[in-house]
Write a protein that binds this ligand. Structure first.
Ligand SMILES: CC(C)(COP(=O)(O)OP(=O)(O)OC[C@H]1O[C@@H](n2cnc3c(N)ncnc32)[C@H](O)[C@@H]1OP(=O)(O)O)[C@@H](O)C(=O)NCCC(=O)NCCS
Length: 146
């Protein structure tokens, strides 16, 4: 994948205050943020029980990353592995680990661990294929004279 930033600067994060890019963290002491991460506007990260975001992770807008969910009284550290990508409007539940390079489709509800290099989509999110297979399928769709 192409490098997305020539110069990346760690954002200033304060409890309950939107960052410069309009995403929000609650309990930022619990957040470990990797380098070259890209987080979309209106994403909420509840880091009370720990949220670890690896390098080069991309999170779309309007996502929720919960290490604490009061509705179903769940808590646990969330880990988003290096290079993983989370589609817009997705929710990641407490205790979930998303493996490196994984892709989560838009509008997914992730309530089970996602192995590295796999693509999960839907509510609840389920495996559809490996990242390799997704790329191969995409290449096959491009006309030869393109
Ligand atoms: C998951 C994703 C990466 C797959 O993209 P793709 O390579 O173009 O693959 P396809 O569209 O061929 O999808 C593969 C299959 O998964 C299904 N699918 C794709 N995304 C889905 C989603 N979010 N929820 C449910 N099903 C989905 C497709 O319908 C297709 O099913 P089929 O094989 O039965 O037809 C893409 O659909 C997606 O959700 N991207 C997120 C984009 C985003 O959020 N951007 C904004 C932030 S930058």
């Amino acid at each position: 994948m192409a490098k997305r930033f020539s110069k990346w600067v760690a954002p200033e994060i304060k409890h309950g205050k939107p960052t410069k890019w309009n995403w929000l963290v609650l309990y930022p002491d619990g957040l470990k943020l990797g380098k070259n991460t890209d987080i979309g506007a209106y994403t909420l990260i509840v880091a009370k029980y720990g949220v670890e975001i690896g390098d080069n992770v991309q999170i779309g807008s309007h996502c929720s990353v919960y290490s604490y969910s009061t509705i179903d009284d769940k808590s646990g550290k969330v880990v988003l592995g290096d290079n993983c990508r989370i589609g817009t409007h997705s929710s990641i539940m407490p205790g979930i680990k998303i493996g490196e390079n994984a892709i989560i489709g838009a509008h997914s509800f992730v309530n089970k661990d996602v192995p590295a290099n796999s693509v999960f989509v839907g509510v609840p999110a389920k495996f559809i294929c490996s990242v390799d297979k997704l790329y191969k399928k995409r290449k096959a769709k491009i006309p030869a004279d393109h």
